[in-house]
Unconditional design. Structure first.
Length: 249
């Protein structure tokens, strides 16, 4: 079964297309990087797939059915900047929200949901912050709580929008270890990612995006200088050994 299939997806804001006729099929059990310059439509793609914004045309299916029918199978870590952190709730409750697909919105969480939510907080090193208001956490800590929420969903396919932004090097390592753990369990994880230096190390497959799909496939084949130039235009600096690339912003 194909975890995510996108066919001819077009999305426009105020009638101006920002994503045009994007098609790809995501294979199961892989870590996939979504790469492209600022404004390329990476977040828009994820939001479109998850039905959070209207699409102009195209089809999306999750394991062969519409997202609405498969919600429980999908976990989402939004971009940190897009979340209202002043919302009065503590870290454990944020993680418990990840369980509602399993509990049902109007029922109280069962003991085992609570235990599982705490396990997820522990996995991201945040157990001791369970009672802390999310507004009182640092950016990197907030990011980890959202990761714990996604883990609590116990989904089969995950979408993460820049999970490494604002986290320190140790946390980045811990997050990538978690993603690899998910992969080892056969889960599929799509990650919007900006650091070109780590793409080869982190991701099995990449989607290169700039309003349109530039290329999609195994990192070894797709993450080439030629494709990166197509994706970023001239905004790349090639270091001497040709293997290290830096995006100028
Ligand atoms: N709510 C909105 N209303 C109007 N235009 C929007 C909206 N959200 C995004 N856009 C525009 O759509 C385009 C794609 O934005 P998007 O956030 O998907 O890019 P991105 O690739 O995720 O960028 P970044 O790397 O900067 O996060 C941009 O030109 C952006 O200005």
């Amino acid at each position: 079964m194909i975890p995510v299939q996108v066919e001819n997806l077009t999305i426009a804001y105020h009638h101006k297309p920002v994503l045009q006729e994007v098609s790809f099929e995501v294979p199961e059990g892989k870590l996939i990087g979504i790469i492209g310059p600022n404004g390329a439509g990476k977040s828009t793609l994820i939001k479109g797939v998850l039905g959070l914004i209207p699409t102009a045309s195209g089809e999306v299916s999750i394991y062969g059915k519409t997202y609405n029918k498969q919600r429980k199978l999908v976990g989402y870590v939004p971009q940190r900047g897009s979340v209202d952190w002043d919302f009065p709730t503590n870290a454990l409750d944020v993680v418990l929200m990840g369980r509602y697909g399993h509990i049902g919105w109007f029922k109280r969480p069962r003991k085992k949901d609570l235990v599982f939510a705490k396990e997820c907080l522990d996995k991201v090193g945040m157990l001791e912050y369970g009672n802390r208001q999310i507004s009182e956490l640092s950016g990197g800590q907030q990011q980890r709580v959202f990761l714990a929420r996604a883990l609590a969903q116990d989904a089969d396919v995950y979408f993460m929008d820049e999970p490494f932004v604002g986290v320190d090097a140790a946390t980045e390592k811990a997050i990538i270890a978690l993603l690899n753990e998910l992969k080892a369990k056969g889960k599929t994880v799509l990650v919007v990612h900006h650091d070109l230096q780590t793409v080869k190390e982190y991701f099995d497959w990449v989607l290169l995006l700039n309003m349109r799909k530039i290329a999609f496939g195994p990192t070894k084949e797709i993450f080439t200088i030629e494709n990166l130039q197509k994706t970023y235009g001239g905004k790349l600096t090639f270091l001497q050994d040709q293997s290290v690339l830096i995006e100028e912003t």
